[in-house]
Ligand binder design. Structure first.
Ligand SMILES: [Zn+2]
Length: 112
């Protein structure tokens, strides 16, 4: 994670690190990123049944999924443990036995 967040006050992207603090050169705001970890609430993943998913949940696939570069498809019903919710189109980060690190769309899984 080398990408620094934008300034929470003026949304400047020219934020730099100063010790444990992050500093915005445009509005001179300084803050401690370690105290901001709860702001992640904007990242939401909803499963096929409309349930909200959270980090550490276990889900199963509701359909077969093709995996780019893999010799076989991910099969419907595959159990995926300890998912991590991330930002983006593929909003689930996980590890699947036999496939390794994967990104999935939350609409293709359901919470167990
Ligand atoms: Zn700023």
């Amino acid at each position: 994670m080398s990408q620094l967040p934008n300034c929470p006050k003026c949304n400047s992207e020219y934020v730099y690190e100063d010790g444990a603090l992050l500093v915005c050169p445009e509005c001179a705001y300084e803050w401690n990123p370690a105290e901001q970890t709860e702001v992640e609430d904007s990242v939401v993943a909803i499963d096929a049944n409309g349930n909200k998913l959270a980090d550490g949940d276990t889900v199963t696939l509701i359909k077969d999924l093709k995996v780019k570069g893999a010799p076989k498809d991910l099969k419907q019903g595959t159990r995926v443990k300890n998912i991590r919710i991330v930002e983006g189109d593929h909003n689930i980060d996980c590890k699947i036995d036999g496939f390794g690190a994967m990104k999935l769309k939350s609409e293709f899984v359901k919470k167990i």
